[in-house]
Design a protein around this ligand. Structure first.
Ligand code: URP
Ligand code: ZN
Ligand code: ZN
Length: 486
């Protein structure tokens, strides 16, 4: 059966024009005027955009002594209701340290539950021969990104020599290293200092993670990536110090990408000084929300191209879980939600204010992400042959964000009370309407599939042995290992 999405303005990363979109089964088959199909979806007065891709989520993830409360089912349903048709979730190795087992574990959690498509990033949280070997196997399982935490000392944090070795391995496997860039040693010191001084509440979280620790780590990660001949993707860029390092690196021709979160673009550190402990703790995440002046630079980076992707880092804990840190902020589980509201909030605060064009909005919520993660044009594009992941985006469909109305199973929403002007009229995932405003169509567990992401073109030289890679030498930069374009 064919479906035609009729009467809308098609918006892609490079242009907008009045056209219909024809879908046959799971794929787009045509984009153009006066198309006919067995079924018609009305897009009159709306934009027709590629489905959103959230490149940074943590569903059902064990972290800081608990597990994120958002499940694969609830999280992907929430995403669909907000116009997101694919997420890329973070796989953490379990107690056995195996990357391969961790990927299998994530498949077990997601299979049959997900309502939209998913992909994986895999975290490298230490360094040994097994991890080195399994990285190649994980790439063959459809993962082309490896995450490195420079914070969370004593838990997930990696040292510089481990990062250098892992980045080098990424370079030869055609994978892209990701970093959580904060200096974990300094944070550890500052946490102890503020706790000893009696500053035990959520405001201590902000004070112990100043922008300088993010700027330093971002610079360091960029230099290590350059030495290893690897590209780099910096997750949750929250401040000018980190953005400046990325901007400078890109001007020098380094392939470095920056991902701000919709939370950092719209919420600031005053949240941590709220008199209500629960309110403040619910917003504890790393890096923390920043002083307002950082936001202008992040917005500018999105339109100027020094920052490429807007994510949510959806890592949602209930209020009850947050209360694990009542006696001291270092024990508050780090993470906030947002995947349901990313597009509406970004449109309202970005496009409606003139900071972003509709095309830039599509680029940073979908197309750039698909290109950086090497799934373009299957995802992130409205062209014949692409997956029919499409949103009929109604710019005149306002709502007030309320936790009471959300699909997410969390008992609060960090955007509570935000007035947004736009929402999906329909969300279509691989040809199926998985959400319609008014809730006639609702997300269906089991509809989503895993989307493997191929490695970037491999280097011509042979892969190193474990011994070679770990000798103190620098690997010559090979441009064929570097994703292109964005
Ligand atoms: O606070 C955060 N960001 N929690 C999720 C884990 C991470 O650091 O990305
Ligand atoms: Zn992080
Ligand atoms: Zn994260």
């Amino acid at each position: 059966m064919t479906t035609v999405i009729k009467g809308g303005v098609v918006v892609t990363a490079d242009r907008s024009w009045k056209a219909d979109v024809l879908v046959d089964g799971e794929k787009i088959t045509a984009v153009g005027p006066d198309l006919k199909g067995d079924r018609v979806i009305d897009a009159d007065g709306a934009y027709v955009i590629p489905g959103g891709i959230d490149p940074h989520t943590h569903l059902e993830m064990p972290f800081m002594g608990t597990t994120t409360a958002e499940t694969f089912e609830s999280g992907t349903a929430a995403a669909a209701s907000g116009g997101t048709t694919m997420i890329v979730d973070f796989v953490l190795p379990g107690a056995d340290g195996s990357l391969v087992n961790a990927v299998k574990d994530w498949h077990r959690k997601a299979d049959g539950k997900i309502c939209i498509d998913v992909g994986w990033h895999v975290a490298v949280t230490g360094w040994n021969e097994r991890i080195w070997r399994e990285m190649a196997e994980v790439v063959s399982m459809g993962v082309n990104t490896f995450k490195h935490f420079m914070a969370y000392k004593g838990a997930l944090m990696v040292e510089d020599d481990e990062m250098y070795a892992s980045f080098s391995r990424c370079a030869e496997l055609g994978a892209l290293p990701l970093v959580h860039a904060e200096n974990g040693d300094i944070i550890d010191e500052l946490q102890k200092k503020f706790m000893a001084a009696g500053q035990t509440g959520p405001e201590g979280h902000a004070h112990s993670r100043p922008p300088e620790v993010e700027g330093e780590a971002t610079n360091r990660a960029i230099m290590i990536a350059d030495a290893a001949g690897a590209p780099l993707y910096v997750v949750h860029v929250s401040c000018e110090q980190a953005h400046e390092a990325i901007r400078r690196a890109r001007q020098k021709g380094m392939r470095v990408y920056g991902e701000p979160l919709v939370q950092h673009l719209t919420l600031d550190e005053s949240e941590y000084f709220d008199k209500d402990w629960d309110h403040a703790a619910r917003r504890v995440m790393s890096p923390p929300f920043r002083d307002k002046h950082h936001q202008d630079g992040l917005w500018a980076g999105l339109s100027a191209g020094s920052l490429q992707a807007v994510a949510t880092d959806h890592c949602a804990f209930t209020t009850e879980q947050k209360r694990m840190g009542l006696k001291g902020f270092p024990s508050i589980p780090n993470g906030t939600g947002g995947l349901e509201d990313r597009l509406s909030v970004l449109w309202t605060r970005g496009v409606e204010t003139g900071r972003l064009t509709p095309e830039e909005f599509v680029a940073v919520t979908s197309t750039n992400i698909a290109r950086i993660l090497n799934i373009y044009p299957r995802k992130g594009a409205l062209v014949p042959g692409a997956d029919a992941d499409i949103v009929v985006w109604d710019p005149k469909l306002p709502k007030t964000i309320r936790a009471a109305d959300q699909m997410s199973i969390i008992d609060y929403n960090v955007f509570e009370g935000f007035e947004v002007s736009a929402q999906p009229r329909y969300t279509i995932s691989r040809g199926e309407v998985v959400w319609s405003h008014g809730r006639n169509a609702r997300p269906r567990a089991g509809h989503g599939v895993y989307v493997p992401r191929p490695a970037f073109p491999a280097a011509s030289r042979a892969l190193s042995t474990w011994k070679e890679l770990n000798s103190p030498r620098f690997i010559k930069r090979d441009p064929r290992n570097i994703p292109s374009g964005v």
